[in-house]
Design a protein around this ligand. Structure first.
Ligand code: FAD
Ligand code: SF4
Length: 355
């Protein structure tokens, strides 16, 4: 059985106390929200904070305020279940409700928070293993070692950004509010990330994510498609967030953001350019899907073979855009991988039918 290492658990009741405690303990401390990512990581020896500053006792972090018309502010401590079910999120930001609703299992969504999800650790087959497993094959750069086992010639870590909600929040144009010892600041979603498997967050370690702010819906519509092996609870091995603003059937603005293809969510600007000024016809969508697949460079360090994941980028971007265009969603589920995707289920392939 894997046990948690010893640590001190501090439970502030006010945000400014949490900020002060985190600053006072410096690199020894981390914040913990739902603990659904951090505690398993600590059990596997991937992280060893001596002090945890808990965010659970901060009521100001759990509120969801505003409307889809005026914009919504979601407290970082709101659980994924609360986000997925909130009427204003469901009505105005259905892509976010879907992404939050396909994270892991109901139990973890009841504990896990939106703030924890956007800050969730990057993942790699050589890292998300027990301490003994990692010691047996030799430690890697991300923890305790000095080489990358996936790309031994590389001086950086390629662990994969695996948040479901981050690509959607990015595509929706969300902003992140951070509170730290130097005060409060608000940054766009892209500024929260760095394409580095170890230092994957663009915020300072002593800053706490307090809120995710969504702009007014203002004619945008968005969706999220997730590829994973088991529909019941796996992390994404590909996430596709697509958002478009249509006027009289013409796409005026677009954003396509890929998850789980790099150490940070990755925007596909060429795909957006292929959509803007056009009607979302099957041909335009096919061109955009081709363009979106180009920046996806998955490596052999998560589930499913990487060239398959790369190929599926084009397929999933195409399906996401067809959904937004109201077109029938073509393509079959990958053979032998039922439950490998999320989103509205396309018609079952004829050969799978029993009638
Ligand atoms: C079996 C299993 C399956 C999972 N499947 C998925 C999945 O499909 N998709 C997915 O996205 N995730 C998945 N997860 C990971 C995790 O459950 C979720 O990402 C969850 O949302 C994390 O939130 P949390 O509140 O529990 O974060 P915690 O575990 O408390 O924290 C995670 C990280 O974020 C930091 N942090 C937390 N809150 C803040 C904050 N407000 N400000 C600054 N830093 C903060 C912590 O210090 C820590 O580094 C899975 C986990 C498990 C164990
Ligand atoms: S990508 Fe390389 S350095 Fe990063 S966790 Fe995997 S093996 Fe380790």
């Amino acid at each position: 059985m894997m046990r948690l290492p010893p640590f001190s658990y501090l439970a502030p009741r006010r945000l400014d106390d949490a900020v002060r405690l985190l600053a006072d303990h410096g690199p020894d401390a981390m914040v913990v929200a739902g603990g659904t990512d951090l505690f398993p990581n600590m059990k596997r020896g991937q992280m060893a904070p001596r002090v945890l500053v808990a965010l659970r006792g901060l009521p100001e972090l759990t509120a969801i305020r505003g409307t889809a018309r005026a914009g919504l502010a979601i407290g970082a401590g709101a659980t994924l279940a609360a986000v997925a079910e909130h009427p204003e999120v469901v009505a105005g930001y259905a892509a976010l409700a879907r992404a939050a609703g396909v994270v892991s299992t109901p139990q973890l969504r009841n504990m896990g928070t939106l703030g924890g999800n956007v800050c969730v650790d990057t993942r790699c087959n050589y890292y998300n293993q027990s301490y003994e497993w990692r010691r047996a094959i030799g430690f890697c750069l991300k923890k305790d070692g000095d080489i990358c086992l996936v790309a031994p010639g590389s001086r950086r870590c390629w662990a994969v950004s695996s948040s479901d909600t981050a690509p959607v929040l990015w595509a929706l144009g969300a902003e992140v509010t951070l509170a730290g010892p130097r005060g409060e600041r608000r940054v766009p979603m892209p500024a929260l990330y760095r394409d580095d498997g170890i230092a994957y967050l663009g915020k300072a370690p002593d800053e706490i994510v307090t809120e995710l702010r969504l702009p007014p819906v203002d004619g945008w519509r968005a969706t999220y498609w997730k590829l994973r092996r088991r529909g019941a609870f796996d992390f994404p091995v590909l996430g596709v967030a697509a958002a478009v603003r249509l006027e009289a059937g013409i796409c005026r603005e677009a954003r396509v953001v890929l998850g789980a293809v790099a150490s940070a969510p990755r925007e596909a600007p060429d795909a957006a350019r292929a959509l803007v000024g056009e009607r979302l016809t099957p041909e335009v969508i096919a061109r955009a899907a081709d363009a979106a697949a180009r920046p996806a460079k998955p490596l052999d360090n998560t589930d499913l073979v990487y060239h398959y994941r790369k190929r599926m980028t084009r397929v999933y971007v195409g399906r996401a855009l067809r959904e937004l265009a109201g077109l029938p969603i073509d393509g079959l589920w990958p053979p032998g991988m039922s439950g490998a995707g999320e989103g509205p289920r396309p018609p079952a392939p004829a050969r799978d039918r029993t009638d």
